[in-house]
Write a protein that binds this ligand. Structure first.
Ligand code: GLN
Length: 450
């Protein structure tokens, strides 16, 4: 029964979460009540799903991994949560993340450390590190993450799960705490491609409360599975297969391409000439949007409020000084700088132009191919702390995932092999990128590969 499933998952969480730190909180009683009422005629009937701690679920914490929101309780359900509930699913548990989804290791969380189940000395990736660690650590059946520059795909790759970022606008962002509104997208992290398709069936669709959500038909994504990929054209961007990628990652991805070829796919070399400006474009636009979005955390309306302040100005400054961590402050500084008069044209406008060029690169490439493949991340999971004081090195980890968000495309990461380090088999992810709204082909290739 749904009750048994919830109790099973809750038991696994109690047993394993102390070592993994994937969940920040969970409310078994609430989930049990909901499971008792779940509509079993629905495909997700009574299945508990873990939620990244930046999506509002009525009556539950929504901390965004930040001190700023550590005692905030969500007053409503996000659009994606409502859809998922309509499919029968039961939200269970809140998953750790980099503060406000800024990071690639979950080490920027102010509320705890999350470890990679494959090797507890390593990061789970990020920012949806809790969501990936929970699935890989067998303490969630499936979870939701959010992806602004790779935050679903990269942790899925590093933990050995499947992570899908849909086309921008596929899933409502209503009730997802905004990081960079033009890039953010919710998606599933699962054990299999089949589960990803099933969950996606119950997340998509127009939501009048998110003007960027798309009013387009939602196909049956599960119907995409179990087909062959004979004759499908697979683009290999020459700019993505460069030196600097970890040799083991490179080898796994090359073997994956051979496997796709053996299944009948046709590899085609393509070019995405503006790849080299992807990361810098993102690190202007995302902080710019973040600096505006995070202005709402002023100690008046939400969350933390400084008790030390003597006047209004001090109130704002001390609340934000105390509530935000170092990476969030760094992004706000970068963002306000690139938006300030005198620098706006040189940085923000220029980055918008670069974004258009990056999108056009993909448009041209997709005239020749059906999907594009690459490594998800240039390296396997680092040791905890390895990139902590090196934000620039951390930013470069997103080189293959960021362009996909800038262009608004769907992308999935599927496990494609392992790298041996310290006696551990560290997972490697293969990224499959699709045309806008063509999740069906992305899932079809991922499923055939799997
Ligand atoms: N690692 C990237 C960043 O720090 C992407 C994060 C994300 O996708 N939310 O911004």
């Amino acid at each position: 029964t749904p009750r048994d499933i919830v109790l099973d998952v809750a038991q696994a969480i109690e047993a394993k979460n102390p070592a993994l730190g994937a969940y920040l909180s969970w409310d078994v009683e609430k989930a049990l009540k909901e499971a008792d009422q779940a509509d079993l005629s629905q495909p997700l009937g009574g299945i508990p799903i873990g939620i990244k701690d930046n999506m509002n679920v009525l009556g539950e914490p929504c901390t965004c991994g930040s001190k700023m929101l550590s005692n905030y309780v969500a007053p409503y359900d996000a659009g994606a949560i409502q859809k998922m509930r309509a499919g029968g699913a039961v939200p269970l548990g809140r998953l750790n993340m980099d503060e406000f989804a800024m990071g690639s290791s979950t080490e920027n969380s102010a509320l705890g450390v999350t470890r990679n189940p494959v090797d507890l000395d390593r990061i789970p990736g990020g920012s949806s590190g809790g969501s990936a660690a929970a699935v890989a650590g067998q303490i969630a059946i499936a979870t939701l993450g959010s992806d602004t520059g790779g935050s679903i795909r990269q942790p899925a790759a590093l933990c050995g799960c499947v992570g899908l970022k849909p086309t921008y606008g596929r899933i409502s962002r209503f009730g997802l705490v905004a990081f960079a509104s033009s890039l953010d997208q919710i998606g599933p992290i699962t054990k299999t491609v089949e589960d990803a398709a099933l969950l996606l069936n119950h997340l998509c669709g127009k939501d009048l409360r998110d003007s960027t959500s798309l009013d387009v038909e939602v196909p049956d994504f599960s119907a995409a599975l179990g087909q062959d990929i004979k004759g499908l054209r697979i683009g290999l961007p020459k700019e993505y297969f460069i030196s600097g990628i970890h040799a083991g990652v490179s080898a796994s991805v090359k073997a994956a391409i051979q496997k796709l070829e053996s299944l009948g796919a046709i590899p085609v070399e393509i070019s995405l000439p503006h790849t080299d400006v992807g990361v810098s474009t993102y690190y202007i636009l995302a902080p710019a949007e973040a600096s505006a979005n995070l202005a709402r955390f002023d100690g008046v309306r939400y969350g933390h409020r400084s008790t030390e302040a003597k006047d209004l100005m001090e109130h704002y400054m001390m609340t934000r000084e105390e509530g935000f961590g170092a990476e969030v402050k760094r992004r706000i500084l970068l963002g306000t700088y690139v938006l300030s008069s005198g620098y706006y044209d040189a940085y923000y406008i220029k980055a918008q132009r670069a974004r258009t060029l990056i999108r056009q690169d993909f448009e041209k490439a997709f005239q020749q191919v059906d999907v594009i493949v690459s490594p998800t991340s240039p390296t396997p999971a680092h040791k905890l702390g390895a990139l902590k004081d090196n934000p620039l090195a951390a930013y470069l980890e997103d080189i293959f995932t960021i362009p996909v968000n800038l262009a608004g495309l769907p992308g999935i990461s599927v496990p494609c092999g392992t790298v041996q380090e310290d006696g551990k088999s560290l997972p490697v992810g293969l990224q499959i990128i699709g045309k806008p709204l063509d999740e069906v082909t992305v899932l079809r290739v991922a499923d055939a590969f799997e």
